[in-house]
Design a protein around this ligand. Structure first.
Ligand SMILES: *Cc1c(COP(=O)(O)O)cnc(C)c1O
Length: 523
């Protein structure tokens, strides 16, 4: 039972008398704290500028006659105008610091402020990748320590720390597989990927030059082991399997899958984006995985969304470790952590690296945040992360399965995310309409139309950092829009009604984006 707070409001009950939208039009279009904001080009003037530099004195013009003759045509803004423009825009955004962010497969958990404090320590924040190694020993210690914990949590043999996102990690893992196969003179051409896979999996395999073939799923939403075994053969380089998978289910046959793939001479890539559901509980190394990326920005709480940096270290089996990319860190017997690069790879007996993924060592700011998160949680805390993430998802699944179709609900508990379909919606109502109505309820929509194996899919991942009160309020919102979708409520088709803009033409925006302001006479 939820208890009323001081104002008498109980979590989950609608607030009445809310006047942000009702009332007369205003002259500015602003509505109290909800501010309209034109484009920079509409507010800027070429005569205005936020900087005041003296005209350059002396010194020869070295532009070789290519200097601009006409004005550049960019809008000038003063510093306060610039600050206000971006602050106003930022207030129209949704953020994990504003509310529950139910995007399935994305693990939008709270970013602990302790991580931020650690990452901002000058010894970490103010260093540069081109500094002499002797001046960044502490940073190398952090990378090495994080690598140690990633290996400990996954039961794997080696780790490439440099990939900068999950998809980048996938590419790194597949390039390791390619290098291992080439080293034994084995030109296999096919990578098998389940239909429910994240789009990055087939894209990665194709980018690395492989042919991609689907692995079918069972009616329970898991990889069909028999069908997989039937397809294995001398042309299959490997499989890419997400575990827990994108239907929110654990692949129970993972060990049997790995054994079958290995027996057929292939390698097993595991997409580890959903590691949050099993961290501290299951070690992918024990399941026969050869390579798996870990999204530090998902499982280990480093911020993401809005295009911020990610980080996708890849853990590798003993068979693949020799091919891992440079650079990486290694501790010698004297206790010193070294950066292993081309010039000292011999000394560290790492001469078969397939190459490198990045110019430098990877996302240092994400490493410090992820390590701070791990050490502050400890082994027991990380285990509880997985348990609470799964508990929260099952609470959502079971609280809503009377109004929303849960295609895999009958197969038992889900892992970290609850999957629903649009079955039972009124004829002309779609998942998109429901998602738009959820915006009116003050939530970022869940992941929609993914995985592809479920019609009108809605994938909800609450994460462990939501309280029961927050979950209850979200469930109330989702229940309400689901009931309207089933009843065929017309107002859903025009939702959102309360967002700064209504429905945008998303197809047009994607196909024909307007990227330039053509009216240069704006002054
Ligand atoms: C997020 C995700 C990826 C890709 O990770 P990025 O860091 O966004 O590149 C791959 N697979 C799955 C299942 C994911 O959820």
């Amino acid at each position: 039972m939820s208890t009323p707070n001081a104002s008498g409001w109980k979590p989950g009950t609608p607030v009445t008398g809310h006047n942000a939208m009702s009332g007369p039009d205003t002259a500015t279009g602003n509505r109290a704290l909800m501010l309209e904001e034109p484009l920079l080009f509409e507010i800027g003037h070429v005569e205005t500028t936020g900087v005041d530099l003296p005209e350059p004195q002396g010194g020869a013009n070295r532009l070789g006659g290519f200097d601009r003759t006409a004005p550049i045509g960019l809008p000038g803004l003063s510093e306060p105008e610039t600050v206000r423009h971006y602050t106003r825009l930022s207030r129209q955004n949704y953020a994990i610091d504003l509310g529950l962010f139910p995007l399935g497969s994305c693990t939008m958990k709270h970013n602990p402020r302790l991580n931020e404090k650690v990452a901002r320590m000058p010894g970490f924040a103010d260093i540069h990748p081109l500094q002499p190694v002797d001046t960044v020993r502490g940073a190398l210690e952090v990378i090495n320590e994080l690598a140690f914990w990633l290996l400990d949590l996954t039961g794997m043999h080696g780790v490439a720390m440099s990939p900068k996102a999950g998809a980048h990690g996938e590419l790194c893992g597949i390039l390791c597989i390619r290098a291992a196969l080439e080293a034994r003179g084995d030109a296999r051409e096919v990578i098998l990927v389940p239909e429910s896979a994240h789009g990055t999996n087939p894209a990665t395999a194709a980018f690395a030059g492989y042919k991609v073939e689907d692995i079918p799923a069972t009616p329970e939403g898991r990889v069909d082991l028999e069908a997989l075994e039937a397809r294995l053969g001398p042309d299959v380089a490997g499989v890419m399997i997400t575990n827990p998978n994108t239907c929110g289910l654990f692949e129970r046959d993972m060990k049997a899958i790995s054994d079958a793939v290995h027996a057929a001479g292939g390698f097993v890539y595991c997409d580890g984006a959903n590691f949050n559901a099993i961290v501290g509980k299951v070690r992918p190394g024990d399941l026969g995985v050869d390579a798996m990326h870990i999204n530090l920005h998902k499982t280990f709480s480093t911020p993401h969304g809005g295009g911020g940096p990610g980080s996708g270290p890849v853990v590798l089996s003993e068979a693949l470790s020799p091919y891992g990319p440079l650079p990486f860190t290694a501790r010698t017997e004297d206790g010193v952590v070294h950066l292993v690069e081309e010039e000292n790879a011999d000394e560290f007996e790492h001469t078969e690296a397939f190459g490198r993924m990045t110019a430098f060592h990877g996302q240092m700011g994400m490493f410090t945040r992820a390590l701070a998160y791990m050490l502050s949680h400890g082994a027991d805390g990380l285990k509880q992360v997985a348990e609470d993430a799964v508990l929260n998802a099952n609470y959502i699944l079971r609280s809503l399965e009377d109004v929303l179709d849960a295609p895999f609900g009958p197969s038992g508990p889900c892992m970290h995310e609850a999957l629903f379909s649009d079955k039972g919606f009124a004829e002309d109502v779609s998942t998109l309409d429901l998602a738009k109505a959820l915006i009116d309820e003050g939530y970022h929509p869940m992941t929609m139309y993914f995985p592809l194996v479920v019609h009108g899919a809605m994938l909800v991942e609450p994460t462990e950092t939501e309280s029961k009160a927050a979950l209850d309020q979200f469930i109330t919102a989702l229940r309400s829009v689901a009931e309207r979708a089933k009843a065929g409520d017309d107002t859903l088709k025009s939702a959102p009604h309360y967002a700064p803009r209504r429905r945008l033409d998303e197809t047009q925006a994607a196909r024909k984006p307007v990227l330039a302001w053509n009216d240069l006479d704006m002054a």
